[in-house]
Design a protein around this ligand. Structure first.
Ligand code: LMR
Length: 396
């Protein structure tokens, strides 16, 4: 039966890990998949997560089914983390939500929910966007269009062009925004720019769809929620996909949240019933383990503080790695100014080099990153930064 199907190329992001593993060069550098790494190149378990895990093991008495919406304590705490604990939206009981199997699961079930509203609906994504946005949303049957976002030539957000395109999008469409730490570019909008985007959104009436997968990795947990909170408080409806993969380091446990902010409590009840039925129809219910860990952490003041300071440490370390790369390149006399890397936010930097140069980095120097020129900043360390800078200079 399956011989009729074509053999597919490896995934543009996850496939890099396999290629990296096969490379026998002992000095190879992995800047591919977006996972946090320490100075030794390891991805340790966040200590608040390790403690919560121990506690859960002692407390858990059953492995019976949970519900399609997931762990309620997880959902309530995550809504507070994203929207703010005193959010008027939460006070007004306007948020429907389910625990989802990772940020990917959240994106997909929201896309499936959108097809229930209109199977021909169009979702606009930034150009460029995270490579998996298009299959996750497009495979649900929705149409995809792009709006201009990032200019490789100037390494900055194409703000005016973006606003021009957003100003043509009809009320019936959906626009996907990255809440913070834009993936792949690391190019975020200022607060003033977000307010201008909100104005266009209000004028056009399209539905904003926020993907917030890196809360805490840009400027801080509260600061990174600025855009989502701004839109949630100003508009009758927005939808949100959030991930706990990065900030809780729960990658393989698949923990995320899909939320729908509705106009009224009555619509919230409709949305809640629909999103649960979407989940039931695909995977029945999310895995409970990761959500239970997040619930334990966010419900316990001491553990929560410990987690916040670990997120702060990851963020400040990544910021210092940006500075380290920029200064190595400038000291070595790179003929391109890379100081824009210091302005980009989060886990990724778009180096704004060509796909051929990216390929040369891989073939000639065993440095692995995504074809778009996206590097995982957390893969840089004191031991490899000079080699990385030399390799970059040689392909420029
Ligand atoms: C990434 O962007 O590298 C991560 O979100 C991992 C993935 O699933 O692509």
């Amino acid at each position: 039966m399956f011989e009729v199907l074509p053999q597919l190329a490896p995934d543009p992001i996850l496939g890099l890990s396999a290629a990296f593993k096969q490379d026998s060069n002992p000095r190879k550098i992995d800047l591919g998949v977006g996972v946090y790494k320490d100075e030794q190149g390891n991805t340790p378990i966040v200590s608040a997560v390790a403690k919560a895990s121990k506690r859960l093991l002692e407390q858990e008495t059953s492995k019976t089914y949970i519900t399609p919406q997931g762990v309620q304590g997880f959902i309530d705490n995550m809504l507070g983390l994203i929207l703010g604990h005193k959010s008027p939206v939460l006070m007004a009981d306007r948020a429907a939500a389910v625990q989802a199997p990772g940020g990917c699961g959240a994106l997909r079930i929201l896309a499936e929910l959108l097809t229930r509203v209109n199977k021909d609906l169009t979702v606009w994504v930034s150009d460029p966007t995270w490579a998996n946005h298009i299959p996750l949303i497009g495979n649900a049957g929705l149409k995809i269009k792009t709006y201009p976002y990032y200019d490789k030539a100037t390494a900055s957000v194409k703000f005016d062009e973006m606003i021009d395109t957003l100003s043509t999008i009809p009320q019936t469409d959906v626009v996907l925004f990255h809440g913070c730490c834009h993936n792949p570019t690391g190019g975020d909008m200022t607060k003033e720019q977000w307010r201008a985007v909100l104005d266009v959104t209000q004028q056009q009436g399209f539905l904003p769809f926020f993907d917030i997968a890196y809360q805490g990795f840009g400027d801080g947990l509260e600061e990174d929620a600025y855009a989502v909170r701004l839109f949630a408080e100003a508009l009758p409806e927005i939808i949100i996909a959030a991930s706990c993969s990065k900030n809780f380091g729960l990658y393989r446990e698949r923990v995320g949240l899909a939320a729908i902010i509705t106009q009224s409590t009555q619509t919230r009840q409709i949305a809640q019933s629909q999103i649960q039925s979407v989940a039931r129809g695909i995977y029945s219910m999310p895995p409970s383990y990761g959500g239970a860990l997040v619930e334990i952490i966010l419900s316990d003041d001491a553990l929560k503080q410990e987690w916040i300071s670990e997120v702060d440490d990851m963020r400040t370390r990544m910021q210092s790695l940006r500075g380290m790369l920029v200064s190595a390149l400038s000291k070595k006399g790179a003929n391109k100014d890379f100081s824009f890397v210091n302005q980009q936010k989060g886990m990724f930097s778009y180096l704004c080099i060509s796909p051929d140069q990216v390929q040369q980095m891989r073939d000639d120097h065993s440095v692995y990153f995504v074809d778009s020129s996206r590097v995982n900043i957390a893969g840089i360390n004191h031991e490899n930064v000079d080699r990385l800078a030399d390799a970059l200079i040689s392909v420029l």
